[in-house]
Design a protein around this ligand. Structure first.
Ligand code: ADP
Length: 357
């Protein structure tokens, strides 16, 4: 939206106007009328309003009025009634145009100032948005990479324990090593996915069996589950169902939910630490539920759970669930939680069934 055309075009337009006004003066000089010089002054005034500052416009307006009066006096027009009324008409017209030109000059100046302010504010906003996105991406990577790092540490420790036994259990030690390698690969895949998500790139979707993704996720956090003395009850009943999904991202969701469930059961008796993981299909959707017997969540907190940076943990980042929601919404699905304080919590997400039809 421009207030006026390019200054050069403006200047050209006004130069043409000036030439035309001069023409009128020359043609009308015979009649000794005040109209021709008034037209010239009006053109000059409008030109000044377009090109110069307000102070200069006021100066030009006063000069024009002075010249018009001087010409009237010089020509002795005050001897004739028609000339006197004509002079006052021209003076009034010139004053009115001067007033309007000044008002429009003021308005366009303030519009220009507002535009400059708006552009400044937009630049600042873009800068802040960039910083916020960078901050959110850094927080997401820190949160998501923390989990595979924890898994690597606990699998490493487990591997050492298997090897330090009087009779080393090589099979278990090798399994732990496999988990270390898998989690290390996952860490770099998670970084790549988080960066892609921050850049709003489409996830790498392929037809995947959801049950298989759930099993892989459980394998990746097996050592953490053991460390938390949690027993798992798995019921995967969506065996044949496929979803169009980014495998690594769905693993992130499931692992985040399992990790939270393990944390929520840290304070209850070991015998009660049971994690339920189940899948099933329903109409055109596949559903996954991760439920625990932990502390539960108060009803007034439930609506804030998926908000970024909401946490009740001392060292929590509060972005695990917000990442889960972003991923599930990327996949055109829904995620929700139900809970009762002291009775545990259940997180469920649903994804549209994939059909290649
Ligand atoms: P963080 O774990 O860093 O706090 P999350 O986004 O993963 O961030 O979780 C946000 C909050 O949701 C947690 O601080 C906790 O209060 C609550 N929460 C999540 N999962 C559970 C659960 N299974 N049981 C009880 N509270 C939970």
């Amino acid at each position: 939206m421009g207030i006026s055309a390019h200054p050069l075009v403006n200047a050209l337009g006004w130069a043409v106007g000036l030439v035309v006004a001069c023409g009128i003066v020359i043609i009308n000089s015979e009649t000794h009328s005040d109209l021709a010089p008034t037209l010239l002054y009006i053109t000059l005034l409008l030109m000044a309003a377009n090109l110069f500052s307000i102070n200069l416009v006021i100066t030009v307006a006063l000069l024009c009025m002075l010249l018009l009066t001087a010409m009237f006096l010089y020509n002795g027009g005050y001897h004739r009634w028609e000339s006197t009324t004509g002079f006052f008409r021209c003076l009034t017209a010139l004053s009115a145009i001067a007033f309007l030109a000044l008002r429009s000059k003021q308005a366009s100046d303030s519009l220009r100032r507002n535009q400059a302010y708006l552009i400044g504010a937009q630049t600042q906003l873009a800068h802040v948005t960039r910083l916020t996105s960078l901050g959110e991406m850094a927080a997401s990577i820190a949160h998501e990479v923390n989990q595979p790092l924890t898994a690597i540490t606990s699998s490493g420790e487990a591997c050492r324990r298997w090897l330090e036994r009087p009779v080393p259990d090589l099979k278990e030690a090798l399994d732990s090593l496999d988990r270390i390698v898998a989690n290390a690969c996952r860490a770099s895949e998670v970084i790549a996915r988080t960066r892609a998500m921050a850049r709003k790139c489409d996830p790498l979707r392929e037809p995947e069996r959801l049950d298989q993704i759930v099993s892989e996720s459980l394998d990746l956090v097996r050592q953490q589950i053991v460390d938390h003395n949690v027993s798992v009850k798995v019921n995967l009943a969506a065996t044949a169902s496929q979803v169009n999904a980014d495998r690594v991202q769905l693993q992130q969701v499931i692992i985040n939910l399992i990790t939270n469930a393990c944390h929520a059961m840290e304070t209850i008796r070991v015998s009660e630490r049971i994690l339920y993981v189940r899948t099933w299909t329903q109409e055109h959707e596949v559903l996954v539920e991760v439920a625990d017997q932990g502390t539960g969540i108060a009803a007034q907190i439930l609506p804030s759970l998926f908000e970024p940076f909401f946490t009740t943990k001392e060292n929590g980042l509060g972005i695990g669930l917000s990442i889960c929601r972003s991923i599930i919404e990327f996949h055109d699905g829904r995620i929700w939680a139900t809970s009762e304080v002291g009775q545990g919590t259940s997180f469920t997400f649903s994804l549209p069934l994939f059909s290649d039809a």
